[in-house]
Design a protein around this ligand. Structure first.
Ligand SMILES: O=C(O)c1cc(C(=O)O)c2c(n1)C(=O)C(=O)c1cc(C(=O)O)[nH]c1-2
Length: 660
């Protein structure tokens, strides 16, 4: 291990019980799972392993959703020599979110619309096969936020032994199953070796405005998929399918009667009055007026994680419909909430509402990163960086709130989050409910796009730090009456982005922040030209290193544009993130110093950085292809002082490595 990593790790190793990264083994040439082709790099998470499943060693396969790679060949000492290795043009334009999946000598990716699935041979970088789903041309027109697709799931052959046997009989190696959710809300399982369809299912009716943008996941032999369409009055749900047969196992809605939610009122817990308590009968119905819950939103388009020990799928639900809060009095349960469901039955173990009666489109769908607290208790915890600007730590056994802290220093919609009730105290000066319809409320922070959007953070368990891709923008917002029409946008509010005010001491540009344990050189790029006085406005983007258990920042690196791509950290003490103006950057995990910047890519980055090892060499890859909600480059670009987001261009997967 490089000196840098060793010293930083030992300084904080007491922070977490699980100091291992998500993958603890198998970076060699031998197969770690039966049936995985030789040369596979298979990983097994230390505390969230699924029996029978050996996911590829890329961060997208981590059930704990930590995006922390065990790979350590690229280090703070040598990262400056990182050079382009190869690139692959996807043939699609617009928002290339998410990342490919890699196993053995194959890389699978899904493109934005038309959602082509491509299998690449890692040795030749030629296509093995391409699958183009048959979809109605009108499907992408009903996606709220660009024609994105955040990736596919891969399941090893061991998880579907019948297919593996059939493949062997046919004289070829089974390469597992690839699962993709498409713009028209179909869920499709493919033979990973050939691209042949194994089964397909319809997640919801696209004519109602339902679509799929999120990546499905496979946990054991269960496929989990969510739905998008919160801006169309779609009622959110999470669904489970049998990996082998495609049989529907269960559906749990986000709103409605207990039977639809798969809630047992005596056993489902929610955090209230300082304890996790049973929710009580039809607690969702009681928090809506009339039948508003039927169009109530709470879609499930974000990240999923899995606690194998407890058998719990953990995820978040999105905003209530319509955005106009006056049209839906009540807490609007369980929109904008974190959920834990039993993988086998779908039954809810607990649910925690982050933003009751949301007035600002603060979807609660961002990923939850699982980790264990310090010994001896080793409390099972999760960390969640919400759009609403608060960082939550919950007990993942009970859903009890451990702590909530403002990670966006400008967040002003709530004056506090009550530690006893878990309830935010809304500032009436920032409330659309309070202001009434057709009245502009100024300077609400964060903006509707959140202090962090869908781009996933990473969590380094050894350092006890999360690395968060931040958006630092505010908004002026106005609600208005909106009538529902099936399949039409149903928004009921509009907003204008604004720059956020600079934070007070501690988070400003060029100023080290946090607990004083670092060198005082916390803001990397600005170190040389660090302005001594904090600027009046915060930079629109930032990479934030956050001490998860202490609930405070360690360092902040300012970016001129919001960060819209997923972060990767590595065991060697590096943090990687891509930018909307088309760079991939490597940071020192200890202090946020920029150690390497790529040549400018063909388009902006909204994809998630990934890393893998193949034939003894470590690679770092990321999609370039700007889009997603950040395709509103006008809105975002106008606010950037000294950088321009690159336009949505031809998408590419760009790969870097150290010289051989
Ligand atoms: O409520 C929903 O169903 C829903 C779906 C999506 C989506 O499917 O991408 C986004 C949002 N909401 C949303 O609020 C949002 O800010 C957003 C950003 C993005 C993106 O990919 O950049 N998608 C979405």
């Amino acid at each position: 291990a490089p000196d840098a990593a060793t010293s930083a790790t030992s300084a904080t190793s007491a922070a977490f019980a699980t100091s291992a990264a998500f993958a603890t083994s198998a970076t060699g040439a031998t197969s770690a799972a039966p049936g995985v082709p030789a040369g596979a790099t298979a990983a097994r998470p230390a505390d969230a392993a699924t029996p029978g499943a050996a996911p590829a060693a890329t961060p997208s396969a981590d059930p704990a959703a930590r995006r922390h790679s065990p790979l350590a060949r690229i280090t703070p000492a040598n990262v400056a020599r990182l050079a382009p290795a190869w690139r692959f043009a996807t043939g699609a334009t617009r928002g290339h979110e998410g990342e490919p999946v890699i196993a053995g000598d194959t890389l699978w990716m899904v493109t934005p619309w038309p959602n082509r699935v491509i299998a690449l041979d890692l040795a030749t970088r030629r296509r093995r096969w391409t699958y183009t789903p048959k979809q109605d041309e009108s499907a992408p027109g009903r996606m709220c936020c660009d024609t994105v697709n955040r990736g596919l799931a891969w399941a090893p052959p061991a998880a579907a032994p019948a297919e593996a046997r059939a493949a062997t009989r046919a004289g070829r190696r089974d390469a597992g199953t690839v699962i993709v959710a498409t713009a028209d809300a179909s869920l499709i399982a493919l033979d990973a070796a050939t691209g042949a369809e194994r089964w397909r299912a319809q997640l919801d009716d696209p004519a109602s405005g339902a679509s799929s943008s999120g990546a499905p996941r496979v946990f054991g032999d269960v496929v989990i998929a969510g739905i998008a369409g919160g801006e169309y009055g779609v009622r959110g749900h999470l669904d489970a399918y049998d990996l082998r047969s495609g049989r529907h196992l269960w559906r749990g809605y986000s709103t409605g009667p207990d039977a639809d939610l798969l809630v047992d009122p005596d056993r489902t817990l929610s955090w209230r009055d300082g304890a996790a308590r049973p929710v009580g009968p039809d607690s969702s119905l009681q928090s809506w007026q009339g039948e508003a819950w039927k169009l109530g939103g709470g879609t499930t388009w974000g990240g999923f994680s899995f606690d194998a020990k407890r058998g719990l799928v953990i995820y978040g639900s999105g905003n209530p419909g319509t955005w106009n809060p006056r049209q839906r009095p009540g807490d609007n349960r369980w929109t904008n909430a974190l959920w834990a469901r039993d993988l086998r039955s779908g039954r809810v173990r607990w649910v925690f509402q982050l933003t009751p009666h949301d007035e600002w489109d603060y979807d609660g769908v961002n990923e939850s990163m699982l980790f264990d607290g310090p010994p001896p208790a080793r409390r099972p915890l999760l960390a969640h960086f919400d759009r609403n600007g608060w960082a939550y730590v919950l007990d993942r056994e009970t859903g009890a709130l451990v702590r909530a802290d403002r990670f966006d220093p400008a967040a002003n919609w709530a004056t506090r989050i009550d530690a006893r009730s878990g309830r935010p105290e809304v500032d009436p000066a920032k409330s659309l409910q309070h202001a009434g319809e057709d009245t502009t409320v100024s300077n609400i922070c964060p903006a509707a796009i959140g202090a962090k959007n869908q781009a996933p953070a990473s969590l380094d368990p050894a350092r006890g730090l999360a690395f968060v891709p931040m958006i630092r923008l505010c908004m002026d917002m106005e609600a208005f009456a909106a009538d529902y029409a099936a399949g039409q946008p149903w928004i009921g509010a509009s907003y204008t982005l604004r720059r956020a005010p600079a934070a007070g001491a501690g988070l400003g540009s060029g100023d080290s922040s946090g607990d004083g344990s670092d060198s005082g050189d916390g803001s990397a790029t600005s170190a040389a030209s660090a302005p001594r006085a904090a600027p009046a406005l915060a930079s629109p983007g930032a990479l934030l290193a956050w001490d998860v258990l202490a609930g405070k920042p360690r360092w902040t690196h300012d970016e001129p544009l919001p960060l819209w791509g997923g972060v990767l950290s590595t065991a060697s003490g590096l943090v990687f993130a891509g930018t909307l103006d088309g760079y991939l950057k490597a940071f020192d995990a200890r202090d946020g110093r920029v150690l390497w910047t790529s040549p400018r890519l063909g388009s902006g980055v909204v994809g998630s950085v990934t890393s893998w090892e193949w034939r003894g060499r470590q690679y770092v890859g990321v999609f370039s292809g700007a889009g997603g909600l950040a395709a509103d480059a006008d809105g975002i670009g106008r606010l950037a002082a000294d950088a321009k987001p690159l336009p949505p261009g031809e998408g590419e997967f760009v790969v870097f490595a150290l010289p051989e």
